[in-house]
Write a protein that binds this ligand. Structure first.
Ligand code: IPE
Ligand code: IPE
Ligand code: MG
Length: 241
């Protein structure tokens, strides 16, 4: 049932901003959706590479709260790709012992997609291998705003004392409440920005920005970036002993 995760000095949680599908397609004279389909195919290889390099948590950015600005046909194509992806990959993910979660605001997603997301989460809830978190309609600011709203509701209901609120409190209301913070954030396609991904959680993450377009990104490059993380000196504001 899936490979055992090799524990080591590497990053336990890697988050990936899968960018560059559109440019990859454009370079081939094909529509952007062709690039999204090619990109989706790369995910399995990266998930499968995780146990060998000691990555227990993999979080991937599939659709941001800002991506609704794209044409209606690209958005509809992406939503249909997500539905198809979940339907097609569910059995393989379960067989590989992958526990799947989704983060992001589900309210704006269509009911059929939300049902498939819920089902996949339920189906893999007992899996003990890699934790795959897929961010759909996810925005870091939106997540913090939604978390703050729920926190405020608890205060109003008398369940939470405002004087007790500190930096341990808010994370309990975030979509990622059960996940550790990412150790390493990778972005493909040459853009050196985080585009509203895991804002709170990445306060002390290490970053890798690579030029490779997402549909060309493979296990070998992933493993190389994960290994390079071992050479980073994470000081968290302190000094080396
Ligand atoms: C990333 O690829 C996938 C999504 C944001 C859904 P893009 O679609 O952003 O590709 P580029 O950046 O236009 O090349
Ligand atoms: C970030 O990529 C979102 C995802 C990868 C899902 P974008 O392509 O949307 O980000 P910008 O527009 O370059 O900042
Ligand atoms: Mg992009």
């Amino acid at each position: 049932m899936g490979k055992p995760i090799r524990e080591g000095a590497g990053p336990r949680h890697v988050a990936v901003i899968m960018d560059g599908n559109g440019r990859w397609a454009q370079a081939r004279g094909r529509p952007r959706l062709f690039g999204h389909h090619a990109g989706a195919k790369r995910v399995r290889e990266i998930v499968q590479a995780c146990p060998d390099v000691g990555v227990k948590y993999l979080t991937i950015f599939a659709f941001s709260t800002e991506n609704w600005k794209r044409t209606q046909s690209e958005v509809a194509g992406l939503m249909s790709l997500f539905r198809r992806y979940i339907t097609k990959e569910a059995r393989a993910l379960k067989a590989e012992n992958v526990q799947v979660r989704f983060i992001g605001d589900r309210v704006r997603l269509d009911h059929k997609l939300v049902r498939l997301m819920d089902e996949l989460e339920q189906m893999t809830v007992d899996c003990t291998g890699v934790n795959l978190t897929i961010a759909i309609n996810y925005g870091g600011r939106d997540e913090v705003a939604r978390a703050t709203r729920r926190l405020a509701e608890d205060v109003a209901a008398g369940k939470l004392d405002p004087a007790s609120v500190d930096e341990e409190t808010l994370p309990r209301y975030l979509d990622t409440c059960v996940l550790p913070d990412p150790d390493l954030v990778i972005r493909t396609s040459g853009e050196a920005r985080i585009s509203n991904f895991l804002l709170w959680q990445s306060a002390y993450a290490e970053y890798e920005f690579v030029d490779t377009l997402w549909p060309d990104f493979g296990a070998e490059e992933f493993s190389r970036l994960v290994s390079a993380y071992g050479t980073r000196d994470r000081r968290y504001g302190g000094v080396r002993a």
